[in-house]
Write a protein that binds this ligand. Structure first.
Ligand SMILES: *Cc1c(COP(=O)(O)O)cnc(C)c1O
Length: 378
């Protein structure tokens, strides 16, 4: 079954009890036990909830994994996955990682004596050089945020296998429609389902998937112990968003391709970062591991004044934090997603105050281009 069919007719798409096409919202905390000696499958909703279970099974199926877990946010998913590691473990993290993940790693997990090394993972050699005896995981994001750098997943997975480390991939930017790291041999995929998977700017959620039973058990133990689960109403919203993932992603990607080429031809624009462009350094690697360039791009203007003017002037889009919605979202990384990274670190990564990120929605692209033009021209 192909992806577009699987999201509609996969496991759990029809409620087994009633035949309902829309998964019932089991808004319950606890469950009556009909036999005190043999408890039923459900006993308490932190441990398991039927609505959440449908979402968890669906994402596992769509990512090509076996075990899925739904959390109250992307950060809850990421923090819970990082919690399967212990003091003394070493984790290699890609340099331009999501700002919240950077904060979790540097300000929370390092306090528990988990060691982290940040590397520019777009050069595979940097990963190789960072491997130590106690390296237990390699944490990657490709395309990266906000410069859309590409990491060679297959080469990274090979390095990890050689040293017995697990590979964790934050697949938020691509969604399982465009990239499935588990199928390439990665061990864990995490998502901010707040973004493309939910798709409608109306819910905060996170997901984690693995195909390895032992890793799955450890993630489940953290999910149940730490308790950052996704509530049944929000699970339903994510399930509803998932149904249109393919059509939204396709349309948004088409818009991104058009805007990227248009921006590349503008003299006001200094650089455009989009893996679908021929000028993108990582294009070939990206297309060897993903099915499209995605719907997020970023670009740099000539100076801060122009950048501020553009952000204040641009219309028909949301100027906001976040991405992956039906509406186009224009973000300003230095004041938004990357505000928690010190200026010096940020500039080293290329996240300057002239950098603008765009997550394309499903509007008519002519209107978006027109409003970009108006905002660029004085
Ligand atoms: C938004 C985002 C997160 C964090 O997810 P939340 O749902 O906001 O907690 C993690 N990784 C990436 C790539 C993101 O874009």
């Amino acid at each position: 079954m192909k992806f577009g069919t699987k999201i509609l007719h996969g496991e759990g798409s029809i409620d087994k009890n009633t035949g309902a096409l829309s998964t019932p919202i089991y808004q319950t905390s606890t469950y009556h036990q009909f036999d005190i000696e043999n408890f039923g499958k459900y006993d308490y909703s932190r441990s398991a909830n039927p609505t959440r279970e449908v979402l968890e099974n669906s994402i596992a199926e769509l990512e090509g994994g076996k075990y899925g877990y739904a959390f109250s946010s992307g950060m809850a998913a990421i923090s819970s996955v990082l919690s399967i590691f212990s003091a003394g473990d070493h984790i290699i993290v890609c340099g331009d990682v999501y700002g919240g993940t950077y904060r979790a790693v540097t300000q929370l997990f390092s306090r528990f004596n988990i060691e982290f090394t940040f590397v520019d993972a777009s050069e595979n050699l940097n990963i190789k050089n960072a491997i130590k005896e106690n390296t237990k995981a390699i944490y990657l994001e490709t395309p990266s945020n906000p410069l859309l750098k590409i990491i060679d997943l297959k080469a990274s997975i090979k390095l990890a296998k050689e040293c017995g480390a697990v590979v964790i991939v934050d697949n938020t930017f691509m969604s399982p429609y465009l990239q499935r790291p588990l199928e390439l041999g990665a061990d864990i995929v995490v998502h901010s389902a707040t973004k493309f998977i939910g798709g409608h700017s109306d819910v905060i959620a996170g997901l984690a998937v693995t195909r390895d039973e032992a890793i799955g058990k450890r993630i489940y133990q953290i999910q149940n112990t730490f308790g950052a689960i996704l509530g049944p109403q929000d699970c339903w919203l994510i399930l509803r968003g998932l149904k249109t993932l393919k059509v939204r992603m396709k349309e948004s990607q088409k818009n991104a391709e058009e805007l990227a080429s248009w921006l590349e031809d503008r003299e006001e624009v200094e650089a455009v970062y989009y893996p679908g462009l021929d000028s993108h350094k990582g294009k070939d690697i990206h297309f060897s591991q993903a099915y499209g360039g995605g719907a997020v791009l970023s670009f740099k203007l000539k100076n801060l004044e122009k950048t501020t003017e553009f952000l204040n002037k641009v219309t028909n889009v949301a100027v906001a934090v976040s991405l992956g919605a039906v509406e186009t979202i224009v973000s300003y990384p230095v004041k938004m997603s990357h505000a928690s990274i010190p200026k010096e670190e940020r500039e080293k990564l290329g996240v300057t105050d002239t950098l603008i990120r765009v997550s394309l929605g499903i509007e008519d692209i002519e209107d978006i281009i027109k409003s970009f033009e108006d905002a660029l021209v004085k």
